[in-house]
Design a protein around this ligand. Sequence first.
Ligand code: SF4
Ligand code: SF4
Length: 308
Amino acid sequence: MNSSGAKQVLQMAAMRLGFQACRVARADFLAEEAPSLDAWLAKGYHGSMAYMENHYEKRLDPRKLVPGAKSVISLAYNYFPEKDLADGEKPRIAKYAYGEDYHRVVKDKLFELLDSLRESLGAMEGRCFVDSAPVMERAWAQRSGLGWVGKNSLLLRKNEGSFFFLAELIVDYDFTPDTPVADHCGTCTRCLDACPTGAIISPEVVDSSRCISHMTIELHGALPESHKAAISPWVFGCDICQDVCPWNRHAKSHTEPRFTPNEWPDWTAEDWTEMTEETFGRVFGKSALTRRGLEGIRRNLGAGRLES
Ligand code: SF4
Ligand code: SF4
């Protein structure tokens, strides 16, 4: 099959599986991105994510991660919910974690996509990644033209916004690469102005140690006193810099049943504070909240009770 035919097969298989977009970049050394990664790490903006310092070479060169890699396929999978469940001062979860853990849901889709490509295009070696290995996913998505990196450091798509997961297939098949798209942030600074902890240091640079998402999920030990007021009522993640982004006004609801929340949206604040291990397992056992566990969620719930 010629290269444009192969690309069409890829696009159609991705759409059939529910991905909202799929673009390709050549698997190469990320020469332009390396200095920014160095500077970000040197300034300690990775916070408590010490693992970001590991696998430096693999992070910058996918051929070291997948021998013989020729293409990095970047995909977007929508998680924008029909209804925003943020409700006053009630404990709040970031939209991406409303339902089942995206690692499982999106990875299942990626495996299906790889199988389908092998069926249509023949033998193909490759690996699937969903925020789980040393892959610079935003850099690849930007290179492929899946979107542009906004000032809030997230990938944005014109007329679609940023409420989608990024996923990658790195394969030894030579798909025709796509080209980057223009940056459409323009003079807007809404995300920088709205971030309650000043975590967006400058356009595209987030200091994780001040980011509510990082503090409520990745940080172990006590929450920083200076940020507790801003963290409450978030108990897992933070959506503020996406909620204020004008491009997200165009976001359409996802159609993934596995992202539908179960009983927790009906909970009162008391239900949250009285949650037992059994309840946590029943309600959040398949969700991304297991990454933090009940102990971590209890710590985050405590942010709002202090000094009050
Ligand atoms: S997720 Fe929240 S705390 Fe982190 S940069 Fe965005 S607005 Fe700031
Ligand atoms: S809020 Fe404005 S500056 Fe920030 S990512 Fe969206 S468009 Fe870009």
